[in-house]
Ligand binder design. Structure first.
Ligand code: NAD
Ligand code: DAU
Length: 354
């Protein structure tokens, strides 16, 4: 079939990428969607079983750092658009092993940029390199009313956020130096189905189910701005199709929670859905050593994407969290396949450190 567009989505066996691919494959049957993923510890093709047989979906197992392979993929599939999500994404891992974050997030992004530039060779018409980034590049806010806007200066603190900030700069440099069409979005914390259970929400849902301790870093006072992952995928669709070249869009839920308040909501929701008496799992809360360099507060001002592209979150948090808890409780096999074996050992070692 002659497709209208051929879009490379990197890291789409992961959490957010799988939702982006699901949206694009179903919404745009005239687009060829190529999921390129190395399948690292958190890449999981089980996140995409509902689209794997669609004719407009192709999976390629590859490492974005393999430049020759990236060139071959661009040529073979005649890629005209990139939505780049592949990354090492967990802050705690970046504190333990920063090198892999520099390799994947910086060198991997550079390898993809260069493959796009060399393949497109100055013919920029209908071409786009869309880089999916994070609010963590802006650093940390105080407990006040300030928000991250698109002009907030970069001030990353963890090896993860430093590597993402670096990749953002490389992406802009490819427009400024070579004229390659790029766009970037910086999003706040996502939650929803298919998130790897090293991240707060799926980890705690699973630990409550197994009556395991819930390790709250520090005093639990840090603030995050939570957005349902499907709303992020909707925003990515809009930015990809309507975003201005070389522009940046902040994406967030105007939905700030201290960790401890969020954890109490999770406990209450899981207990309700498991049919436990109220308060059953409260005693699982365990305060542990704080994360090194733990950013106090993230909060996004998403006025620009609302005003310019008409995007707003579609789901209220209470509904989103209830749906998310229900999904993890109903998809125990998905969870157990991840948390058994090798990963269980890794998690126990991480936890013993605290
Ligand atoms: P994730 O860790 O769930 O998935 C990352 C995916 O990238 C995995 O499938 C993994 O196999 C793949 N990958 C890793 N290294 C690779 C390599 N060298 N080559 C090819 N594939 C590789 O991550 P996520 O939470 O879905 O985040 C996706 C992107 O969105 C990241 O760039 C992240 O920085 C950004 N982001 C995440 C959030 C969030 O709350 N999760 C918020 C804002 C931005
Ligand atoms: O803001 C966007 C970022 O959100 C993304 O760029 C990252 O890829 C994503 O992992 C996420 O980063 P956080 O560090 O905010 O997410 P995490 O789920 O690891 O932690 C959320 C908060 O909960 C944070 O303040 C640390 C705390 N926490 C986390 C874990 C895993 C705990 O207190 N205990 C835990 O066991």
């Amino acid at each position: 079939m002659n497709y209208k567009r051929s879009i490379l989505v990197t890291g789409a066996a992961g959490f957010i990428g799988s939702h982006v691919v699901r949206l694009f494959v179903n919404k745009y049957p005239d687009y060829h969607i190529i999921n390129l993923d190395k399948l690292t510890y958190c890449g999981n093709l089980a996140n995409l079983t509902d689209v794997e047989d669609k004719p407009n979906y192709t999976f390629v197992k590859a490492d974005i750092c393999d430049y020759e392979k990236m060139l071959a993929v661009f040529k073979t599939y005649k890629i005209d658009g990139v939505i780049h999500l592949a990354a090492e994404s967990h802050v705690d891992r970046s504190i333990k092993d920063p090198f892999v974050f520099a390799r994947t997030n910086v060198m991997g992004t550079l390898s993809l940029l260069q493959a796009a530039r060399v393949t497109w060779d100055g013919d920029w018409e209908n071409k786009l390199f869309y880089h999916v980034s994070t609010d963590e590049v802006y650093g940390a806010l105080e407990f006040d009313k300030t928000l991250f806007t698109e002009t907030t200066p970069y001030d990353p603190h963890s090896p993860y956020s430093a590597s993402k900030a670096s990749s953002d700069h490389f992406v802009r440099a490819y427009y400024d130096t070579y004229g390659m069409p790029i766009v970037i979005s910086n999003c706040s914390n996502n939650y929803g189905p298919y998130q790897f259970p090293e991240k707060l929400i799926p980890l705690f849902i699973n630990n409550i189910r197994h009556k395991k301790p819930l390790p709250v870093y520090g005093k639990g006072e840090n603030v995050r701005d939570w957005l349902y992952v499907v709303d992020h995928a909707r925003a990515i669709d809009l930015v990809f199709h309507k975003g201005k070249i070389r522009d940046t869009y902040n994406i967030g839920g105007f939905n700030e929670w201290t960790n401890i308040d969020l954890i109490k909501v999770i406990i209450k929701t899981v207990d309700e859905q498991l049919g436990n008496a109220p308060g059953t799992s409260d005693n699982l809360i365990t305060y542990v050593k704080d994360r090194a360099g733990h950013d106090l507060r993230y909060a996004i001002d998403s006025t620009k994407i609302k005003n310019e592209l008409g995007w707003e979150p579609s789901l209220q948090f209470e509904e989103g969290i209830a749906k998310t808890v229900a999904w993890y409780l109903e998809n125990q096999e998905w969870m157990d396949n991840i948390t058994s074996g090798e990963y269980e050992k890794y998690y126990e070692e991480m936890y013993a450190d605290r």
